[in-house]
Design a protein around this ligand. Structure first.
Ligand code: SF4
Length: 287
């Protein structure tokens, strides 16, 4: 999967970075490097050539993360030495990069902690990422938010021997092999820092993971919407039941969190009180 200059999309502005025709419009590059990439009707393109060290690094993060290798450069460009995945977001929470096509480019996350490292949803099983996770202490737990974002979970489980969790209603296909299948709609504590919150709706067995009452990993249940400048669920990508999703969204009001880290779409960090207000607005909008 390497981008081809001969397939460069016409919308790209002239210059080194480009998106080619293999783009599947997953929007990863748009939120990861918005200075350089933008979405059009059915693909993304380069609207500004990155020209500072920071913007070049962000564009290179998008290039590495692109699930289909649709981002390329005309000139051979060395990857920024400071660029490494997992890439720190805050505290001990990291973005894994290396998005998988089989998860339609969903974002996965890594949490490094004394009590055991965690992978939230599955990135591609890429050698460079696997090595870095090994260097950071390996994997103890893998949490799968729902059936669509499981990608290479079996390879990670085989390699690291980690214990996987998924809701039983989404334990379909290869997720049937997952070690721990949670049931029902009640919260499930993995340990005193980690709580699984079942949030049926996007899929029947969708679930969020709350870490340290601060980081909420939401899969495709909830994300930040840039146009609305508010939290939103994906109305046109609700595969199970919108009314059930609205009800399960309300259960999140019982929890305090400052980060929403989604599978698709944009993450957001707000003070807990503002996050709560945004969630209330989202629920009103859903109704
Ligand atoms: S990350 Fe790749 S596939 Fe996704 S929108 Fe950007 S260019 Fe397209």
């Amino acid at each position: 999967m390497v981008a081809k200059s001969s397939l460069r999309l016409a919308e790209n502005i002239a210059g080194n970075f480009y998106v080619d025709q293999s783009c599947i419009d997953c929007s990863t590059c748009n939120w990861l490097a918005p200075e350089s990439f933008k979405g059009a009707a059915s693909n993304s393109f380069v609207h500004n050539q990155p020209d500072s060290a920071k913007s070049i690094r962000q564009a290179q993060k998008a290039l590495i993360s692109c699930p289909v290798g649709a981002i390329g450069t005309e000139q051979k460009t060395a990857i920024d030495a400071q660029l490494r995945f997992p890439d720190l977001i805050a505290d001990n929470v990291f973005h894994c990069g290396y998005h998988a096509e089989s998860s339609f480019g969903a974002t996965s996350y890594f949490i490094q902690r004394q009590a055991g490292n965690i992978l939230v949803d599955s990135p591609r099983f890429a050698g460079a990422l696997v090595k870095e996770i090994e260097r950071m202490g390996g994997l103890d737990i893998m949490f799968l938010t729902h059936r669509d974002d499981i990608a290479d979970h079996q390879k990670y489980a085989d390699h690291f021997g980690c214990q996987r969790f998924i809701h039983i209603d989404d334990a379909v296909s290869s997720a049937g092999e997952v070690e721990h299948k949670i049931t029902g709609s009640e919260p499930f504590e993995i340990d005193d820092e980690l709580v699984i919150l079942p949030v049926s709706g996007h899929t029947k067995g969708s679930a969020c993971l709350l870490y340290q009452e601060s980081f909420l990993f939401t899969g495709d249940h909830l994300a930040w919407n840039i146009e609305a400048q508010n939290l939103r669920a994906f109305r046109t990508a609700c595969w199970y039941d919108w009314s059930i999703q609205t009800t399960s969204m309300k259960t999140l009001l019982d929890y305090k969190f400052e980060w929403v880290l989604p599978g698709h779409g944009r993450r957001i960090n707000l003070p807990a009180a503002e996050m709560q207000k945004s969630l209330v607005k989202c629920i009103e909008w859903m109704g």
